[in-house]
Write a protein that binds this ligand. Structure first.
Ligand code: PMM
Length: 301
């Protein structure tokens, strides 16, 4: 870490522009450490996270938040402009792009490795042009038909997450006879479409999609089976951060604890996922997970 003095909130130099100028030179994906699990920081640029859309203040606040996670040890920052919460409504690709592209550009300029969480190939294409090196797509079986060709043509890394579609519904497709076998076979099936378009296996990162058309028991079963997911031959990403099943685990008086009270359990999942050879964890609170992946790497020697 260089230039900590300019980290957000630590001194007078907290304007986004000054921060962008003061941080290190760009790094490449290939320079990421390979001796430990990586940490991806979640940057949701949605109206509920930073005021109300597209303004300079909103962009500045989002860039500051991304840089803060970068300084706390995030290896990659995952920028998303569309919420996948069950009660959220879809935004147009134009609206999504207006939210995220200025943030992507500023973070890339600051030398941050940027991933973009999108289900739209048109947004992915613009984000890649703005410097994003990874597309994180939660659409699972509902994948945008243009996405495989785009990933093949641009050669970026691609997170293929399992979901049975309709990512916002709490729906009932969460019924499995054998969740691990079904997730693996459905991921393999979606992967075929990417191979057919010319995507190479090395570009693909798989993700079991915790909480996406899955209940708590299914999530735990998938976490217990990271070895099998690793057996698919790709890097594996785990996204458990602050999810409902952790709130339920820690419930008090029968009520799930709220998202911000799920960070300790998230850190425990990070350590265990790292121990089970996950390639990366996607988290809201970066600092404890950055410590957990380093601790696990030291433990494993
Ligand atoms: N979860 C959410 C959003 N994007 N991407 C990946 N690859 N894996 C996930 O588990 C995942 C994701 C929803 O959680 P959030 O609203 O807290 O970001």
């Amino acid at each position: 870490m260089d230039s900590l003095a300019a980290a957000p909130g630590t001194g007078p130099a907290t304007s986004p522009l000054r921060l962008v100028r003061s941080v290190r030179a760009p790094r490449r994906f290939e320079e990421l450490p390979d001796g430990r699990t990586l940490v991806m920081g979640i940057l949701n640029v949605t109206p509920d996270s930073f005021s109300d859309g597209g303004s300079f203040e909103e962009t500045g606040a989002a860039v500051d938040a991304g840089l803060k996670m970068h300084y706390e040890g995030a290896d990659i920052i995952d920028v998303g402009g569309e919420s996948t919460r069950p009660d959220s409504v879809r935004v147009s690709p134009e609206e999504e792009q207006a939210r995220i592209l200025p943030v992507v550009r500023a973070l890339v300029k600051a030398g941050v490795l940027v991933s973009v969480d999108t289900m739209n190939a048109s947004t992915a294409e613009k984000a890649i042009a703005a410097g994003a090196v990874l597309i994180n797509d939660v659409s699972g079986m509902d994948v945008d038909p243009q996405m495989p060709e785009l990933i093949a043509r641009t050669g970026v890394h691609y997170v293929l997450m399992h979901s049975r579609g309709a990512v916002r519904s709490r729906d009932p497709k969460a019924s499995y006879e054998s969740v691990v076998d079904e997730v693996i076979s459905e991921l393999s099936r979606i992967r075929e479409g990417f191979y057919a378009a010319g995507v190479s296996p090395e570009q693909i990162i798989i993700d079991p999609g915790l909480g996406f058309s899955k209940d708590g028991e299914a999530n735990w079963e998938l976490l217990r089976s990271l070895d099998q997911l690793n057996g698919l031959g790709h890097r594996v990403l785990v996204g458990a951060s602050r999810k409902r099943f952790l709130g339920t685990l820690l419930a008090t008086e029968g009520r799930p604890v709220p998202p911000r009270e799920r960070d300790d359990a998230t850190t425990a999942v990070t350590a265990l996922a790292a121990f089970s050879n996950a390639w990366c964890v996607r988290v809201h609170n970066v600092s404890p997970s950055a410590a957990a992946v380093k601790t696990t790497a030291a433990w494993k020697g």
